[in-house]
Design a protein around this ligand. Structure first.
Ligand SMILES: [Zn+2]
Length: 254
């Protein structure tokens, strides 16, 4: 009976939580509401900024705001956007739900130009537009629910712990990690469209990833490459080139 009820709630969850990603139209499953995510994003951003070192580079700080605002406008999302340049040597950037963006000074040596910066920021903003973080959290919750269903079903099996451990590993490698690679290429594609609509030449995205690749982000052994959340740089550049023609139609309309 307990299993039956759990199965029913499982089905109910799937039917009610399905929606599709803007721009790509891919169906996805989300267990949280956008307002919950926005509130969580705002709170994490506040904590992050209170611990981070805000950059004193006024010119680059202003550029981050300018580029961010142009891309935010093309996203169609009416968020309370914030864009901050943070002093950190790591080549990184992120956008939390609700449009809370941080760019690390360490990535500026790869972005080099305004369009290069637009590539990074539009990629990060695309993750937020697609609500990828919420999708990953939902997958983890579903895996957990699957494990608890298994836990009840296998209650008499002496190998229960071993079996459940196997399901957990298979779930992470087989479902959650490939999804994150899918999220990366989806954010690349959506970012390319967003930056083009904002008036940045999409060819610059390819130039940026080539600079990143030459800078050493491609140095991974085969195991980490397999489990990595990022597609190989070579593949990433190939995929971007495939979408260039479509992106250029938006850019040329500007
Ligand atoms: Zn990404």
């Amino acid at each position: 009976m307990k299993q039956y009820l759990m199965l029913l709630s499982f089905i109910f969850l799937f039917v009610n939580a399905c929606s599709s990603v803007p721009i790509t139209g891919r169906s996805r499953l989300l267990l949280s509401s956008e307002s919950e995510e926005v509130a969580a994003g705002a709170a994490s951003y506040k904590t992050f900024l209170s611990e981070a070192k805000i950059s004193k580079d006024a010119a680059n700080g202003a550029l981050v705001k300018k580029v961010g605002e142009k891309i935010a406008k093309t996203s169609g999302l009416n968020y309370d956007w914030e864009f901050t340049l943070v002093e950190n040597d790591e080549a990184n950037a992120f956008c939390l739900p609700g449009g809370k963006v941080a760019v690390y000074t360490g990535i500026l040596k790869y972005t080099k130009t305004e369009a290069g910066l637009a590539t990074v920021m539009s990629h990060e903003i695309a993750h937020a537009v697609a609500r990828h973080g919420a999708e990953r959290a939902s997958q983890a919750q579903i895996l957990q629910l699957g494990l608890s269903v298994g836990d009840t079903a296998l209650s008499d099996n002496p190998n229960k712990d071993l079996i459940l451990q196997g399901i957990n590993v298979a779930g992470n490698v087989g479902v959650i990690l490939p999804y994150s690679r899918k999220h990366e290429s989806e954010a690349d594609y959506m970012g390319l469209i967003l930056m083009s609509k904002a008036g940045y030449n999409p060819n610059e995205a390819i130039a940026f990833w080539q600079r990143m690749s030459a800078g050493g982000s491609g140095k991974q052994d085969s195991i980490t490459k397999f489990l990595s959340t990022h597609p190989t740089d070579e593949q990433r550049i190939k995929d971007l080139q495939k979408h260039l023609k479509e992106a250029l139609t938006y850019y040329n309309k500007k």
